[in-house]
Design a protein around this ligand. Sequence first.
Ligand code: NAD
Ligand code: TYD
Length: 342
Amino acid sequence: MNERSPRRLLVAGGAGFIGSNFVKLLRSTRPEVEVTVLDKLTYAGNPANLRELEGTPGYRFVRGDICDGEMVDHLAGQVDAIVNFAAETHVDRSLLDPFAFVLTDVLGTGVLAEAARKHGHDVFLLVSTDEVYGHVPEGRSKEEDAFRPRSPYSASKAGGELLARSYLESFGLPLVVTRGSNNYGPNQFPEKIIPLFITNALDGLKLPLYGDGSAIRDYVHVEDHCRGIDLALRRGTPGAAYNLGTGVETSGREVAATVVELTGLDESSIEQVVDRAGHDYRYALDVSQAREELGWSAGIGFREGMERTVRWYRDNQDWWRPLRSGEYWEFYRRNYKPLEVK
Ligand code: NAD
Ligand code: TYD
């Protein structure tokens, strides 16, 4: 198999959850690759995620916005490839403030694609999501399926992907896309279901389950997802998209029950709350293309991944406790109106 191996990478959004796990994976497995992280440090970006890399050779951090064309162009001129993680990512926030998502996830992606095209990069790796397929009542989404996004988040991700695809068709941009399922693991901001439920459990707060808790997701451990992104970067065919998931279906209620069990609480900690508007009740991926073309499959099962993740949040309270203050509780109040907040 012919592999590309870009020597200098710009990792946009590298201070977030998945981006920082990816950068750490890359530094440990291929230390010869020079990495520049570009990140705006929104509420979700956290310099602490990358602290262990500060001052190490071949690594640098630049604070900036992917919508800033001049700065992106300058940085793109110093690298061989871009991997884009930068995005607004939380569906519930997209229901409260949709246009922040349009700006970063659509326009920002376009700015990066433009810079990659201009500088003749080897590859532009766009980290997309299974949410672009929308609600999947039956069967499994294949890469060629139509986009049917239903939230401002997923519509913005689909818009960014389509814009990048137009650069592939119009200008020959060597675009490779990954569409990952729901990630969990260390350093995830405590707003998505798994880190929210774990931190609430450790804080003695209720676990707010939307509706009847039957909505289905495919939870992939972030280490598996990052390994898949790295394989797509090296082996992905320009123009291709790769679904990255486990193929295992898990309901919200099962997530809650697992957190309750692993933190020693009882079921009364789970509280059903008003359902999310436009809730996508099922995502399900066909991951055969990633297996066959990239040689990738997820290795960490849900139970093992959850045990590791609960342990990480228990052992790293100095990482997440400062995040749960001020704006965090304002968002929490707006989103979970009926619930009591500390
Ligand atoms: P995150 O919210 O933890 O991190 C996003 C990062 O992007 C933050 O560091 C933030 O500061 C940065 N950022 C936001 N706007 C920016 C801008 N305008 N310019 C520069 N930086 C900016 O997100 P995550 O969960 O790590 O997701 C990373 C990527 O993976 C996203 O593109 C997301 O759509 C995709 N994805 C996420 C999941 C998931 O389950 N979390 C699943 C599939 C795909
Ligand atoms: P989430 O982690 O927000 O990811 P997604 O982008 O896939 O919606 O939500 C995952 C599932 O968990 C989804 O079905 C909604 C549900 N959920 C809750 O029941 N309670 C919560 O507080 C959150 C954040 C999510």
